[in-house]
Design a protein around this ligand. Structure first.
Ligand code: ATP
Ligand code: MG
Ligand code: MG
Length: 555
């Protein structure tokens, strides 16, 4: 087995194992809030947690952190499950924080009885002022010393819906002078009169993140609760809450933090992604320009490429930004090995082979994937009239132009050497047809001396009579700025790339693509990697450009 150095979280686990934690106690979780679709940042957390599960043969729970009914929906639950499965991971259990609402409530009663929680009915402004600042201690709420009986009665009324939203909260009674702001009597419950996607109208008080998360980890006996850096300062509160209910003889979970995955040229917060969707800047969460897992899938990314990306980018203790070029490298590298090569012409100009017999067609052999010995061959049709790319022809050009020019030769991939003889133009001088001759003895693979003849350029092409007209969607970055949400006085949407989608409805592909189905991925030779879009039908083919090629066999 390959020896790799351990990342810092694996080191923590190894130390815990060395200090007596038994392997069978290892248990991880991935805890998404179902308030949006998963993005490439979540993929880092998924690959990390499920990766640890695989490495240590330990269970990984999928836990929906569903404590805010105002923002959470079943649609998001379903999308999250689909995306994790698509990435190829299996959770041991599907749990919901809302499964623990009753337990959390019971524990809150216990905290009140222990004099460790109280109901506060001040305004949020008053409480914020009392909280103090990092450099100035807070002051106690006038409600801090309510009697246990009064707290129990008020909390019961909160639960029974007798108070209005925002009028009362339950707070932990810790220390208003604590150096850690999170420890200054944090809110445990707030009133929200909202329908919950799972518990319906059973509850109108909902537990806060901190109160929920550690206790859920404890209930599930999660050994290592891995979250992102912004929760580091919450760790003390996490521990405090767990300690209030810890029995002393089972597993006490621990929270550890790693740096969020950020990616250049995009935004990753679900709130901002939701804005892009709701305001119509993109066509839904799975728009191929989105950094969501579903967007990347529709764009043509493979699960392997995303896992590889997470592995190479690694995990870090400090905030950083990963270059989107690394993600693009990972998909190119994967598709280079796996995607069948085909020919497509995106900006066609007509070529007429004047010495090729009228009405004749030949089926020429083409290699499906030179990187894959098992990929085999296919037949592509050749005839008198072809399309090539407009940009592959110039009437005149200097010596560095290795494509087709008047009086010069190029090879047509898998076919013949042709020579451009003359052009037909319209009244504006635009080239309508390029008249060429071909060398009948030069057919690729025919073994003749002429077939071995070296010419500088090789072009892709399609036979007009056989080609299928296709829609191609060419995507570019969604933002023109490397860090669109880093600007102090500007909204991130000011940096949206107005040309992030170029629609091409006049592209042509070779006829083998007639049978392609949604999600299939190809290399359009010399152009890039493309996949069949969800909008594809047998009558109307639609391809998405996943990523361009930066190098090609004959530019
Ligand atoms: P967002 O700000 O995008 O809404 P979030 O942290 O609120 O992110 P959650 O659904 O709560 O989203 O995240 C589920 C898990 O994924 C958490 O453990 C969280 O720390 C982790 N996670 C979220 N975003 C990233 C990211 N960019 N990089 C790494 N892990 C992330
Ligand atoms: Mg969260
Ligand atoms: Mg969030």
């Amino acid at each position: 087995e390959e020896k790799k150095s351990l990342n810092f979280l694996e080191q923590i686990i190894e130390e815990d194992l060395a200090n007596g934690l038994t392997k069978d106690k290892l248990h991880f979780r991935f805890p998404p809030e179902p308030n949006g679709y998963l993005h490439i940042g979540h993929a880092a957390s998924i690959c990390l947690n499920f990766g640890l599960g695989i490495k240590y043969n330990a269970p990984v729970n999928l836990r929906f952190d569903d404590t805010n009914p105002a923002k959470e929906e079943q649609e998001y639950v379903d999308a999250i499950k689909k995306d994790i499965q698509w990435l190829g991971f299996k959770w041991a259990n599907e749990f919901y924080s809302s499964d623990y609402f009753q337990q959390l409530y019971d524990w809150s009663i216990q905290l009140i009885n222990d004099g460790l929680a109280y109901v506060d009915n001040q305004s949020s402004e008053e409480m914020a002022i009392q909280k103090g600042t990092p450099t100035e201690v807070g002051t106690n709420s006038p409600n801090r010393d309510r009697s246990i009986e009064e707290n129990l009665e008020l909390f019961m009324k909160m639960k029974n819906g007798e108070f209005q939203e925002g009028s009362h909260v339950l707070r932990a009674k810790i220390d208003m002078e604590h150096v850690n702001m999170h420890m200054r009597d944090p809110i445990m419950y707030r009133i929200l009169k909202k329908h919950h996607h799972r518990t319906g109208d059973d509850w109108c008080i909902y537990p806060m993140y901190d109160w929920t998360h550690g206790e859920s980890d404890y209930i599930e006996q999660i050994s290592h609760s891995i979250c992102t850096l912004e929760f580091k300062s919450h760790r003390e509160l996490y521990d405090w809450y767990v300690d209030q209910v810890y029995s002393g003889d089972d597993l006490r979970p621990k929270q550890r933090e790693f740096a969020r995955r950020n990616l250049s040229y995009t935004v990753m917060s679900k709130r901002k992604l939701l804005q892009l969707v709701q305001e119509g800047h993109v066509n839904g969460w799975d728009d191929p320009r989105m950094p969501t897992i579903s967007g990347l899938r529709r764009r043509g990314y493979t699960p392997n490429s995303i896992k590889k990306f997470s592995e190479i980018a690694g995990i870090s203790k400090r905030d950083n930004v990963t270059d989107v070029a690394l993600l693009e490298f990972c998909i190119k590298d994967d598709l280079n090995k796996t995607a069948p090569r085909v020919m497509a012409v995106l900006n066609p100009v007509k070529v007429v082979i004047t010495n090729y017999p009228e009405g004749k067609e030949e089926w020429l052999t083409a290699e499906n994937n030179p990187e894959d010995d098992n990929a085999g061959n296919r037949e592509v049709p050749f005839s008198k009239e072809l399309y090539i790319e407009k940009e592959d022809f110039r009437e005149e050009a200097n010596k560095k132009f290795f494509r087709l020019k008047l009086g010069k030769e190029v090879r047509l991939k898998n076919a013949y050497i042709i020579k451009a003889e003359s052009v037909v133009k319209d009244e504006n001088g635009e080239v309508l047809e390029i008249h060429c001759t071909y060398d009948p003895l030069s057919r690729s693979g025919s073994g003749t001396e002429e077939s071995q003849r070296r010419v500088k350029g090789t072009l892709h092409w399609v036979s007009i009579a056989h080609a299928i007209k296709t829609e191609v969607r060419l995507y570019d970055r969604l933002f023109i700025d490397e860090a669109p949400d880093s600007h102090k006085d500007k909204d991130f949407k000011e940096f949206i790339n107005p040309n992030s989608l170029e629609l091409n409805t006049n592209a042509f592909v070779e006829p083998s693509l007639k049978e392609a189905s949604i999600g299939d991925r190809f290399q359009f030779q010399r152009l890039g990697y493309f996949c069949v879009d969800d909008d594809n039908t047998a009558e109307h083919l639609v391809f998405n450009r996943t990523v361009s090629l930066n190098d090609s066999w004959a530019k």
